[in-house]
Design a protein around this ligand. Structure first.
Ligand SMILES: Cc1ncc(COP(=O)(O)O)c(C=O)c1O
Length: 391
């Protein structure tokens, strides 16, 4: 089907909650995707940090195919091995406690909120300004953005936003606080790393008041920032982390990984999900984890990230570059980042994303090779030059 026909079909049949970019993607391999005319595009977005290992990684494809031929679904009324092995693997790679599975990032955040409230009944949830935690009611209540919350008011009571500073955190957290939820690097908010002293202040305040410190690693996790989990580079250990996006190698799954304390909060019957950690997605996640949790790959993520950030910082029209590993944001002087991203598809065959009027975000595959990095630098520079010429 041609793009214009698909757009009409979409308009007629799908509730229009997305501002889709003008491209139909029909297939992908590694760092590349193709449209319906077989034109090839360099993908520096990875479906918003989902296809971290590139499109159709052979280990993930094999795991999905093998499991689909064996058992697709049984429900959590029964024992199935892949999901339970995945929980063991996630726990061993991070906080050593237990895991609650769901199907998305928002559901992982919901599980975090429920755990924290179960551990401290009625307790308040403190989040940071400019944060994004998802679109379900609990996750949306944790996302203090007027434009996203106002149409759906009232929000769930007991949520409070703190400014991103040591003093503000110390003031916001008190005896009534059940949890503080923080993205170690705010992704949707424009790739803003939270300063180490703010994370440390949050840890200290949570310890002082018996609250849980939860890092939302839905976007930063699974190697994106150059360590398997972003918290591992901060020197601050949270009580739980959320993960989703890249966890399933492209299939939908979310998880709350707890440490010792929070893992004991929920009891039988407190939570559940029909599909959570079904055999196919769990095998895909085990395959994705086995490729990602690799010293060489993570070392390359740091090296390539430095190379890309260094090159972009030198480009005319760029005022600031932020991020860690291959989670990169940069601000452009000319403004209209959405316009630049849109034009880059047609003119440079390049996929990126705008997180705001001035900010472009890159979430390239962790497996991107050196030639592709050079190509990425050329295309980003050309997209900036095209944009400057038309502004
Ligand atoms: C940090 C963070 N938390 C939660 C979510 C929500 O994830 P999902 O869209 O899978 O519900 C996102 C999505 O972008 C995110 O970046």
């Amino acid at each position: 089907m041609k793009l214009n026909e698909l757009q009409s079909l979409d308009d007629a049949n799908v509730v229009g909650t997305y501002a889709r970019l003008p491209l139909q993607i029909v297939r992908g391999a590694g760092s590349w995707v193709w449209d319906e005319n077989d034109a090839q595009y360099l993908d520096l977005l990875c479906g918003i940090s989902v296809t971290n290992l590139g499109h159709c990684h052979p280990k993930v494809v094999d795991a999905i195919r093998d499991q689909a031929l064996t058992l697709i679904h049984a429900s959590n009324l029964f024992y199935t091995e892949p999901g339970i092995r995945l929980a063991e693997r996630l726990s061993a790679s991070s906080l050593g406690g237990k895991v609650i599975f769901g199907n998305s990032g928002a559901e992982a955040v919901e599980a975090a909120i429920k755990c924290a409230r179960r551990a401290k009944p009625g307790g308040e949830i403190v989040t940071l300004e400019n944060a994004f935690h998802g679109r379900t009611y609990g996750a949306l209540s944790a996302t203090h953005q007027e434009s996203k919350q106002a149409p759906f008011a009232p929000m769930i009571p007991g949520f409070k936003a703190s400014a991103v500073s040591v003093e503000a955190i110390e003031q916001a957290v008190g005896a009534d606080t059940a949890a503080v939820i923080i993205e170690p690097i705010q992704g949707e908010g424009g790739v803003h790393p939270i300063p180490g002293e703010v994370l440390q202040a949050a840890r200290a305040a949570c310890d002082l008041h018996g609250a849980a410190l939860i890092f939302d690693e839905v976007q930063t996790g699974m190697g994106r920032t150059g360590t398997l989990w972003a918290y591992q580079a901060t020197g601050v250990t949270p009580d739980a982390i959320t993960t989703s996006k890249a966890l399933g190698g492209g299939l939908p799954i979310g998880a709350l990984i707890t440490g010792e304390r929070l893992g004991a909060a929920l009891q039988r019957g407190d939570h559940g999900s029909t599909f959570a950690a079904g055999p196919v997605v769990a095998e895909a996640a085990l395959a994705a984890l086995s490729v990602t949790d690799d010293e060489y790959l993570l070392g390359r993520v740091n090296m390539v990230g430095e190379r890309l950030r260094g090159a972009i910082a030198e480009m005319p029209g760029v005022s600031e570059v932020r991020g860690r590993g291959l989670m990169i944001g940069f601000d452009i002087d000319a403004g209209d980042a959405p316009g630049m991203v849109n034009a880059a598809i047609a003119q440079q065959r390049l996929l990126m994303n705008a997180t705001g009027p001035n900010t472009v975000r890159l979430l390239p595959p962790l497996t991107i090779d050196d030639d592709e990095v050079a190509e990425a630098i050329t295309r980003v520079a050309s997209a900036l030059a095209d944009h400057a010429a038309h502004s």
